[in-house]
Design a protein around this ligand. Structure first.
Ligand SMILES: NC(=O)c1ccc[n+]([C@@H]2O[C@H](COP(=O)([O-])OP(=O)(O)OC[C@H]3O[C@@H](n4cnc5c(N)ncnc54)[C@H](O)[C@@H]3O)[C@@H](O)[C@H]2O)c1
Length: 342
């Protein structure tokens, strides 16, 4: 039996990863540590997993050093997803992002340092947002880090913190930088669920700027597979390495709005354009070369297929997301001190 500690396992990507590992590896035990913030929910973890003897849930904070040390000490592997994750929210409520994303990561890294004898591997989940707008395309792991929002800056801090612990203290770390994830169980504040649920509710989609900002969108189950590969690849191939996880295809916000509009038979009166977002990343596309070469990872879900599965999930799970409706819009403070809702 191998014990995996998953932080943030009640969130979007973390819960999809828990499901993936639980179903694929009957010899893996999973401990989830999650503070159940507005973004996390035990409903994201199926009852069949929650009730299993191979699963343990701990309600708790990354910055609770004592608890984190105790859980890390009981684990063989740590996969660290927990974070404050919403870019727009970080534009106003940014202090929490540094406390959770940077100091919370340090708390995990310090606990790993204390348990070096039992920790085989530490997978840190960073993000492609650390790169900022693409200076060249596709963006590989050598691309400069130019974070453009407090969220991205906090994640860049965490990413480099983990790297420094690998170099200074030889912790067995691997850094993963996923591009934009989408799929079932994503919070309504994020773009694709917001558009889909707006379409279901027959409400207009709000689009920042002209909608030309483009991203590399990866289906969440593909990300779970990529993290699984990083977890099980020979250590000498991955230790201290950074891996981008993306598809190599970029799609603009407006194109996505149009796909969802078509799917629901909505006309152009449903598209509402507003001011460009502060710190907007304009171009973002992943090089898939390193993940493919070293992890043997290639995403298997096309955007069209992933979007269609995601639309179906939101159609079938209205009860799940309806209670998130008051959190769908996010307050953002303009430089002049006024507050707008994104
Ligand atoms: N969603 C994306 O497109 C994307 C892309 C690249 C990287 N990432 C990264 O992947 C990870 C997971 O993202 P997500 O979209 O699933 O996020 P999410 O917001 O859905 O989930 C985050 C989880 O972390 C928990 N959490 C927050 N603060 C905590 C704390 N102080 N202590 C313990 N738990 C805490 C929350 O309760 C929640 O369950 C994050 O590190 C994020 O930066 C996300």
């Amino acid at each position: 039996m191998k014990t995996i500690l998953v932080t943030g396992g009640a969130g979007f990507i973390g819960s999809n990863f828990v499901r993936h590992i639980f179903n694929k590896y009957p010899d893996h035990r999973i401990i989830v540590l999650d503070a159940l913030t507005y973004a996390g929910s035990l409903d994201n973890i199926p009852a069949e997993i929650r009730d299993s003897e191979r699963f343990e849930f701990w309600y708790g904070e990354l910055n609770n050093l004592d608890l984190v040390s105790d859980l890390v000490e009981r684990s063989d592997v740590v996969v660290h997803f927990a974070a404050e994750t919403h870019v727009a929210r970080s534009l106003y409520l940014n202090r929490k992002f540094f406390i959770t994303d940077v100091l919370g990561t340090q708390s995990i890294a310090n606990a790993i340092l204390k348990s070096m004898q039992n920790i085989e591997r530490f997978i840190h989940i960073s993000t492609s947002e650390v790169y900022g707008t693409a200076l060249y395309e596709p963006m590989d792991e050598q691309h400069p880090l130019n974070p453009t929002t407090p969220y991205a800056a906090a994640k860049a801090g965490a990413d480099r913190l983990v790297y420094s612990y690998i170099v200074s203290y030889n912790i067995p770390g691997v850094i993963i930088r996923p591009f934009n994830n989408y799929g079932p169980h994503q919070h309504l504040e994020k773009l694709i669920p917001r558009f889909i649920t707006s379409a279901i509710l027959r409400e207009p989609f709000t689009i920042h700027g002209d909608g030309s900002a483009a991203r590399d969108w990866i289906y969440v189950e593909d990300t779970a597979e990529a993290v699984d590969r990083a977890l099980h690849a020979p250590m000498e191939k991955v230790k201290g390495e950074v891996f981008n996880i993306g598809t190599g295809r970029s799609i603009s916000v407006l194109e996505i709005a149009r796909m969802i509009q078509r799917e629901f038979g909505l006309d152009d009166s449903y598209l509402r354009f507003m001011d460009e977002r502060y710190g907007q990343v304009q171009k973002h596309i992943s090089s898939t070369d390193k993940a493919e070469r070293i992890l043997g990872f290639k995403p298997t879900t096309s955007f069209e297929e992933g979007l269609s599965k995601t639309i179906q999930w939101y159609k079938d799970n209205r009860q799940y997301w309806e209670r998130q409706l008051p959190m769908r819009q996010v307050p953002v403070k303009r430089p002049d001190g006024s507050v707008v809702w994104y």
